[in-house]
Each structure stands twice: as structure tokens, then as C-alpha cells.
Write a protein that binds this ligand. Sequence first.
Ligand SMILES: Cc1ncc(COP(=O)(O)O)c(C=O)c1O
Length: 370
Amino acid sequence: MRNPIFVTQPSLPPLDEFIPYLEKIWASKTLTNGGPFHRELELALCAYLGVKHIALFTNGTIALVTALQALRITDEVITTPYSFVATAHSLKWNGIKPVFVDIDPKTLNLDPTKIEAAITPQTTAIMPVHCYGNPCDVDAIQEIADNYNLKVIYDAAHAFGVQCHCGSVLNHGDLSVLSFHATKVFNTFEGGAIVCPDAKTKQHIDHLKNFGFVNETTVVATGINGKMSEINAAFGLLQLKHVDRVLTRRREIDSLYRDLLHGIPGIRCIQRTGQQVANYAYFPILVEPDYPLTRDELHERMRDTNVFGRRYFYPLISDFPMYRGLPSSARANLPVASEISEKVICLPIYPDLSDDDVKRITTTIHHHSK
Ligand SMILES: Cc1ncc(COP(=O)(O)O)c(C=O)c1O
């Protein structure tokens, strides 16, 4: 059996490059609580991403939970069922009811034309996701938010480095939340961040992520421990030195897949929509009815060759037990998301994937197309 290929593999810099960072941490004995690497990474990420303020977090999920707290979001929030479950879980952890709205068949993001119909007097915010790093229709979403006086918090876990028509996509909405999980384009082992529009909001969020402390004796909010440690921050600084190479290799793999899969009846690659700069975070394909195998059959045949694509996002968030009883979870309300989640497979993509690996994966897909 040939070597296994998983849907992703974390990108790691050479180990010896990390040792000097560790030596500094050992010398300073500052392990967390906003140490020098933490401050340096915040500034470096602002410069790299083209955003004004960033608050680092221990992971993306706690960052989402905190973002909702920071804006005091309550009652009902409109969101997408076609995402990783943490999107809706962050709402539930705040006692907020998710209201699922269907996705656009091209972008696979929240369909702005369907948002208004889901707004009620209880709606306080919209939480869209830039799925696979494809930007949402940020202008249409902002217009609705302005008309109905709603906040917008983007789950931008997939959108590191993505630029839309007007620069970083992370500058849209009231807040944007990143994940630096091991599987992401840019990882700090675990990690996350909130992109904030102004210094005051960042300061509030910095208090919230540190139990609500503003100084040694004053606690101003029911905060949480969401701080990123020095070791993760130092690792992030090192990763940032390599991220352009990582993105270049991802782009090469993305175009090789597109070339090799071109013209296979029933295999549809998702078109990139709306980004001036993409991050090639995922490579989703849709298995259409004119392909001889079903999506699950193709997924299985790939596994037979030791290639582990992922049906991502399947099931829909709205199909999980804690959400399926909601009226907005009804399949009839989510026809596009339901269809896409039955057709999708994310193919492996990561910087160390070789051209031969890509050929091996696409050969299986070709082989079964006849
Ligand atoms: C869309 C989306 N939202 C939220 C998260 C949660 O981020 P984390 O794993 O850093 O908590 C992830 C990924 O893990 C994600 O893909």
C-alpha cells in the first residue's frame, strides 16, 4: 500500500530555527500574559495582513465566543449551516439562538438575498463565514446590517491573508475572527485572533481575554482565559517568515489540481470568487450526478488507495443534534447547503504535497470517471 495522504498536514519550519526563540523564552521566564513575543506577533500580523488592530487568542473558538461577548450580542444571530461546527457553537455558548440561512451556490457563503427574510425583532447580528477563504459578499451584508442596525462578526477562520476588492477581507464587519489551528494556512499549533477596527475595541477585548482584569485589583467584566502563550506567539513569528513560500506552493497545487481535473464529466471545482489575493486553504470538489460514482463511493475508492479526502462540510451544522430541532434547520430552508454538503469532498492540499501526490489523487478520480 502506498503512503497515506491526509486532507491536510501542518506546515512546520525547520526545528533548529525555533531554538533561538525558545532560548529567549527560557531566559526571560515570561511564558504568557502579553509577553514580548505576543506583542511582536500582534504588530507583525497587523503589518502582514493589512489590518489595524489584532488581539491574539488561544484558539479561534474562544476568540469567536469572546467577539460575541465584546459586542454584547444576544437573542438571535443569522449564520450559515455550511461551516465548521464551532461557528454555531460559539453562539450557543453565549446563549444565542443561531438562525440558519441558506448559502449561495457559487461562493458557498451566506446568501445575502436570503438574509432579510430571516430577520426578526430578536435578531442582533449576522455571523457569516468566508468559507474556504472565498470572501462573502461583504458589501451586500453590510448594507443589510446598516438597514436593520445589526452587528456583523465574520468567522474568518479560513481567510488568513485573503484580499477582496478593497484590501484585506478582514477589515469588513465589526469584528473578524481568525483561527491559527494546526490545519490552517498559518498555524501557531493552536491559536486565533480577533481583528478589531479601533484601539478601544482591542483594549476591551484584551481585558475580556484576561478574565476581565484591567490592572492588578480591578476586574471590569466577566472575562475568560483566552490568552495566547509566548511559545505559540514565538512560533507564529517564525511561521510568518515562511508563510509566503507556503502560499506559493498552495497556489501551485491548486492550479495543478484544476489542470488535471479539467474536463472530467461530473467533477466540478469550486471557482474562486471575489478575492484579489487567495490563500488556497482548501481544495473542494463537487461530485455531480453525471459522475459514475456517488460522492461517498468516490470518497471510499480514494480511501482504498490510502488517500483521505474529507467530506467538509458534511453533515451540515444544522443537522447536528443540538441544532436540528430549530425551525431554520429544516432542509426545505437550506436546499443549496443541503445539496452541496452531499456532493463535496475536500482534496488534500498542503505545502509538502508533491506534484506526484496530486497526480496520484487525480488519477483515481479519472480512473472511475470511465
Ligand atoms: C470556519 C471555522 N470556524 C471556527 C473554527 C475554530 O477554530 P479553532 O480550531 O482555532 O478553535 C474553525 C477551525 O477549526 C473553522 O474552520
